[in-house]
Design a protein around this ligand. Structure first.
Ligand SMILES: Cc1cc2nc3c(=O)[nH]c(=O)nc-3n(C[C@H](O)[C@H](O)[C@H](O)COP(=O)(O)O)c2cc1C
Length: 186
């Protein structure tokens, strides 16, 4: 173990931060979900609707936790509950669509987030129509202003969630207009 006093100040600081980081993780000082989301939601997040099909099952659900992760090759990721009907459908199908939705769809999209595809056909219950994708075996939301057709590249558990990374096979350029954002104040 090197003697901290002989190391340059910047290295001593790095070691100190590393020790503090380990202590914080051991003591569970992350601040809990509420503190974390208070920080992460200081700006509104764009809500997308993820859609997928496996057999007869057509899934759709709103997702706040999504982001681009690579330009070359183009990839997009989202985080979800592994046991959700939507995420199970995505993983079984190997394809998904990220639908960017207009602001006027707010009530419908929020309703989609408070029901499960396990309890019946959400599309019919919400009066939503699907259209077939051009490049992947998946339905897309007819009302979407732009969408990304993706093939699952990787998926793995991340803490309490599942991270799904898709390779973008086709991106449909968005129509202009106000998108749907979620301003959550936990
Ligand atoms: C605004 C909003 C954002 C959400 N963001 C996510 C998300 O990022 N990831 C996720 O898995 N669920 C998210 N949810 C929750 C799911 O949409 C919700 O659990 C849904 O009922 C799951 O449907 P399913 O059981 O058919 O998969 C969000 C819900 C709302 C209303």
């Amino acid at each position: 173990m090197p003697d901290d006093r002989s190391a340059p100040p910047s290295q001593r600081l790095t070691r100190l931060h590393e020790r503090l980081r380990r202590i914080a993780i051991r003591l569970g000082l992350g601040g809990g979900a509420t503190a974390f989301t208070r920080v992460a939601y200081t700006v509104p997040r764009q809500i997308v609707v993820v859609t997928a099909r496996h057999g007869e099952q057509e899934a759709l659900w709103p997702v706040d936790w999504h982001m681009p992760v690579s330009l070359e090759p183009p990839m997009y990721a989202f985080s979800c509950e592994a046991s959700g009907h939507g995420s199970e459908t995505v993983l079984a199908a190997g394809f998904f669509v990220v639908n960017f939705v207009p602001a006027e769809l707010e009530a419908t999209v929020m309703a989609a987030g408070s029901m499960s595809g396990r309890d019946g056909d959400k599309w019919a219950r919400l009066g939503l129509e699907s259209a077939e994708c051009a490049f992947v075996a998946a339905p897309r939301l007819r009302e979407a202003v732009g969408w990304l057709e993706c093939a699952v590249e990787r998926h793995e558990p991340w803490g309490s969630r599942q991270l799904v990374v898709g390779r973008i096979v086709h991106a449909h350029a968005p129509a202009p207009g106000l998108r749907l954002f979620h301003e959550w104040r936990p």
